[in-house]
Design a binder for this molecule. Structure first.
Ligand code: ADP
Ligand code: AMP
Length: 236
């Protein structure tokens, strides 16, 4: 099947110049698409999940607070997450925009982000809602493996690496996240439905939300994300 229009490999960051938010349940493909979009514009991919896991790996106080909560599949308190995000978007590499993955996750976070973006002189964000049926999610989450070196995302059922257990890019070891075990998927989905799904209505009301069918292949979703972004930016 031909996929047109062609998704460009690179675009200037000045063309983006805002925050893009990827919203959707765990396993929807936010990280997979955020990495592609951020690489296209050479802007930072800001995954609060990755940032929290880095805190845990580094043994910080914040990491110690977050670890048991994440392992139970619950959301970390807003105050901890907001501190990380506020510090991160101050950095010079964020001056032309960034791609959020897994943030915001509560209405309070979305509210705070709106203020933060205003303070930093950014225009309004574009929110891409990755829509996927819960029936696909279990397979995506339990099959997920991440490279310990570069963070590349695989799926042992859908997108396996060429060599089992090794990253195609850098040969790094692939690992399963502790919260990707089947018994934690239920609590994570519940947290999504209760605390994060209200953001769909929140951003719809603000006229910032665009739905993308995330049940399709990674390449097809990438193309829809690209088309949607183009449309949301006013076709230029
Ligand atoms: P999220 O960041 O939303 O939790 P990920 O991007 O980590 O989701 O993707 C979850 C899992 O699903 C990963 O194993 C990834 O390789 C796989 N995946 C992502 N997008 C697709 C897709 N469109 N089709 C099939 N598998 C996908
Ligand atoms: P993720 O990598 O996005 O799937 O996030 C993994 C876990 O990190 C979540 O289940 C939460 O416990 C925590 N987390 C990540 N981002 C946030 C956020 N924005 N707010 C609260 N908790 C978060």
């Amino acid at each position: 099947m031909s996929l047109s229009p062609v998704v460009p490999e690179k675009r200037p960051a000045e063309e983006l110049n805002r925050a893009v938010i990827l919203l959707g349940p765990p396993g929807a493909g936010k990280g997979t698409q955020a990495k592609k979009l951020a690489a296209k514009y050479a802007v930072p991919h800001l995954s609060t999940g990755d940032m929290l896991r880095e805190h845990i790996a580094a043994g910080t106080e914040l990491g110690a607070k977050a670890k048991p909560i994440m392992e139970r599949g619950e959301l970390v308190p807003d105050s901890l997450v907001l501190r990380i995000v506020a510090d991160r978007i101050e950095k010079p590499d964020c001056s032309h925009g960034f791609v959020f993955d897994g943030f915001p996750r509560t209405v309070a976070q979305a509210h705070y982000l709106g203020e933060l973006l205003k303070q930093h002189g950014f225009r309004r964000p574009i929110v891409i809602h990755l829509v996927v049926d819960t029936s696909l999610i279990l397979r995506r989450i339990t099959g997920r493996r991440m490279c310990k070196v570069g963070g590349e995302i695989y799926n042992i059922y859908e997108r396996p690496p060429k060599v089992e257990g090794r990253c195609d890019n850098d040969g790094g070891e692939l690992a399963q996240r502790p919260d990707d075990r089947e018994e934690i998927v239920g609590p994570r989905l519940k947290a999504y439905e209760k605390q994060t799904e209200p953001l769909v209505a929140y951003y719809t009301r603000l006229g910032l939300l665009y739905d993308v069918d995330a049940a399709k292949s990674v390449e097809e979703v990438e193309q829809s994300v690209w088309k949607t972004l183009h449309l949301a930016r006013g076709g230029h």
